[in-house]
Design a protein around this ligand. Sequence first.
Ligand SMILES: [Zn+2]
Length: 404
Amino acid sequence: MHRMRALSCFVTCFAAALLFSNNGSGDDIAERARKLHFSSLVLDTHDDTTQRFFSKDYDLGKRNPDGHVDIPRMREGGINAIFFSTWIDGRTLGPSAVQKAMDQIDAVHENVGKYSKDLVLARTAEEVRRARAQGKIAVLMGLEGGHMIGLDIRVLRMFGALGVRYMTLTHFYNNEWADSSTDKPAHNGLTDFGKAVVREMNRQGILVDISHVSDKTFYDALEVSKAPLIASHSSCRSISNHPDQMINDLAAKGGVIQINYEKSFLDQAYNDAYDKAVGGVTAMDNSIIKMCGDDTECASRETAKRERLLTEQGKLPHVSWERIVEHIDHVVKLVGPDHVGLGSDFDGASMPDGMEDCSKLPKITEALLRKGYSEDNIRKILGLNLLRVMEQAERVAHEVQVGK
Ligand SMILES: [Zn+2]
């Protein structure tokens, strides 16, 4: 299935590449795309930039020579809203997980304060729209892994009060109450406590994020949640071995899948080669943690270095940014244009050729336009779909709180 799809995309992408080269960048479509992109609300649901805030070599306000995200490059890429993700290793549990998550949430608040001319914290869809009207970038927060609530539902509430707007139920490992897709099943999906977590998320208007979770966890969450679910940074293959069925079920309840740009998620051949070269994503993760410990700058440097080396040795194939468009198109063909968006995984994943950082984002708009997408549908994909889900979650929270 995947190989056939990849082949047909190759033909389409090749045709698109010819169009690009024939017309140059000054043609009508390029100009329309530019106008459309910079007048749209462009929202990215997953960026691991938060961990860079702790490095003395990184400055969110300046153009950095490495990494994928900073204010100048967000401006260049036309990003109006960004979810900075809080992430710590999934094997850190209890109070220490809570403390480390708090450190990162604080760092987001501090950076928003420091760069308040450009950034403003947003908690609701309305606040995202308002930020855009003021010419500011809305900063939202996501928590990548339920292990960070330390098995205490009151902590989840406090995170919500501090502005966390989605929580990924698990990361690479199972936590005390939910199974991950990259661990051996231990709870058969969500435990009773896990279901209570989902209900509390509904009550707080925190989006339930099913990126990284096992299939059973996904279906349990889908059943329990009164609000639509999101996959904050998944691609068509990465959420499951039966991705199309899950995308159908996610969409049927109004949810969205936000496409991840990680090469191994975009391209099956790359993924297989990567598994062969390093022994799978958790093996790579373990070896990097052994070397770098808590130093995430070291981890991302080391990951990039190893990957560059493997690509130079011909052990990993090149992957083009056009694969992102292919994945978006696949979801649209499956469930229509209302259930897909952008969840790059910038600063947390290795980017395909041509999507070196967030300044390259307008290329996606142009490619969709060239594929014949309507401007309305492109605006939905760029950000309005996710805002719609936020509004629905806010309505559910209100209804639950007033006891409807
Ligand atoms: Zn992730």
